[in-house]
Write a protein that binds this ligand. Structure first.
Ligand SMILES: [Zn+2]
Length: 266
């Protein structure tokens, strides 16, 4: 045998070398196209499931939520810091107030040496100033706390919005997946009886070609292979014209099973 002729073509599946030509009823050959249509639809459904637009959207939202959550934690720490500082100041103010009350009580009683009473009055004045100072600082801190709380509130609202958005997109994704599942099930259900009806040998050949190229069988329409879209050469055309109806013929270019019908143009 001539070596050059037995060499597999680089674009051909290696499964067709030296195979005994397959024969199959022309009607079975035509039904291969139905099988191919189902398999093409299944491949499209699988592709759709892998490339749902919701997936990158959810990735983006997950990053946004993580960043917002970090900001929220920092913002909460700031508010808590203000609360702690304010509580400490209140304690200081309370101490000053208690001491002033005690001093006033002693003054009201009015007993004791005049020097002592004078010292009490002096201390009361100092305590009064101290209290005002502390209260001013507290007021300032309370204003700052209110601003920090505002930032925190806004962050929490943004987080809530982003979480709602995520839930909505997840719902859409799940709906799409459920729909794809349903379509896949329907296709698989119609595929099984069709395969059972076709000769094993024909289906086996079809599957081997489909595994390597995604398409196992193509219609020969108007002298053109619908698998690779190439026109038959003159010699190919005359060879196919001479073939028996139950000969399973394959495109010389792409190796796919060529299904002949009235519109094949042979
Ligand atoms: Zn072809």
């Amino acid at each position: 045998m001539d070596d050059a002729r037995t060499q597999p073509r680089p674009d051909r599946a290696s499964t067709d070398e030296g195979a005994v030509p397959v024969k199959a009823d022309p009607e079975a050959q035509r039904r291969l196209l139905e099988l191919q249509a189902i398999d093409t639809a299944l491949a499209q459904l699988a592709h759709r499931a892998r490339h749902l637009p919701e997936v990158p959207e959810l990735d983006r939202l997950a990053r946004e939520l993580a960043a917002l959550e970090d900001e929220r934690v920092r913002s909460k720490v700031a508010v808590d810091d203000f609360d702690r500082d304010i509580a400490r100041l209140e304690k200081d103010i309370d101490q000053v107030r208690t001491r002033a009350d005690r001093d006033r009580g002693r003054l009201d009683v009015g007993t004791g040496p005049a020097r002592e009473l004078e010292a009490l009055q002096h201390e009361l004045a100092t305590l009064g100033r101290r209290q005002t100072e502390l209260e001013d600082v507290e007021l300032e801190l309370m204003e700052q706390r209110e601003q920090a709380q505002g930032v925190l509130d806004r962050l929490e609202r943004r987080l809530e919005t982003a979480r709602d958005q995520r839930a909505e997109i997840e719902r859409r994704r799940d709906d799409s997946l459920a729909e794809i599942d349903k379509d896949q099930e329907a296709k698989v259900t119609s595929r099984s009886p069709l395969v059972a009806d076709l000769p094993d040998e024909l289906v086996g050949l079809y599957e081997r070609i489909r595994e390597s190229t995604g398409i196992g069988a193509a219609l020969l329409r108007a002298g053109r292979c619908e698998g690779c879209r190439l026109e038959l050469s003159g010699s190919e055309r005359s060879r196919y014209r001479g073939a028996e109806p139950d000969d399973v013929i394959r495109c010389e270019e792409c190796g796919r099973i060529l299904v002949r019908t009235a519109e094949s143009g042979l």
